[in-house]
Design a protein around this ligand. Sequence first.
Ligand SMILES: Cc1ncc(COP(=O)(O)O)c(C=O)c1O
Length: 388
Amino acid sequence: MKKELEMNENLLALIQEHGTPLFMLDHDKLRENYRTFKKHLPRIQCYYAVKANSTQQIIETLFTEGSSFDVASYREFIQVYQYIKHFERKAKKYYVWDKIIFSNTIKDRHTLAKIKQYKPLVTYDNAAELKKLKDHCDTAGLVLRLKVPDIGSQVEMSSKFGAEPGDAASLIQQAFDMGLNVEGVSFHVGSQCTNFDNYAQALEISSEVFHDARKKGFGLNLVDIGGGFPVPYDTLVPQFEKLAAILNAEIKRLFPDDIEILAEPGRFIVATAATLISEIIGKARRDGKIYYHINDGVYHTFSGVVYDHWIPNFTAFKEGPSEICAVVGPTCDSFDKISLSVELPANLEVGDFLFTENIGAYSTASSTKFNGFEGAKIVHLNFDESAA
Ligand SMILES: Cc1ncc(COP(=O)(O)O)c(C=O)c1O
């Protein structure tokens, strides 16, 4: 039987002040995750993947910590750029490249035209993108994204992104022939990657492409190892420290010391920094099973159940004999089922609260306003307003 949680005074006060659903984002935990990443991967510059959770205060906290950012759209670009626009271009530390990588391999022409003035660092993985870059954003530094194994990752990437390694030499040659500059290579081993061989193989593939290009006289000088760093959602997830040791050793073995190594962690930074309080708004027995209807669902903060293959967790604040229950969302859509198999006390009632942890990544980021439900209110804990 699952342990029930204690409702403490602070939590109750927050619920009374803000109502539910309540998404509590702890900036101390964000800072801790960022520092853990940096501690174990000191050589790697961390570009937080804004897509995981684009809440402005997260960017602010991480910017203050010294993080850089991975963005995928003009809006995300500006969300970050606002913190660097007033810095002197001469100060190397604050060059756009040092703070932002535009890592969506496909960018529309209008976006390219808008970011041209910033001389951005962008990824590409095909020849049509090169033509677009030449026509609309020839100031960019280019990073060739490679297709790499993503076996066993929670969210695979390689079916939609990445050039075949066999096409890499030609895509690099074509870029230079067009007068563009390729700065390096990148990859993404799939999100929540617990199979560390994916990283080892991706580094091997990248190293072959990198050294082949250098032999041909192309001055590549960066490798971007993407995201995928696993969050300890359960005890079976292998330790980040083990992955870091593999990465440090393989990067040292495969690449020169004087190049830049980037990474784009998303969920690793933000997943464990948020918890959600939802409220039971209805209870019914359907085909013998208890259905707890709560005021948040898959169209809202639990969107990761759909888009991120996320397995949700729920804990009650009450004790009682437990059984396997369903927990479903508030919309008038039968698809809005968060889980059909959660062990919860059978004696929960309308007005009782449920607690969900590790819900910071790919949750509010893809929440909609479907059916007129606003989604969870975000409250910031330990946020330093004066920092950025
Ligand atoms: C290009 C790119 N970089 C980084 C990330 C972040 O990945 P993760 O959250 O697995 O660290 C993503 C998200 O899937 C992505 O598409």
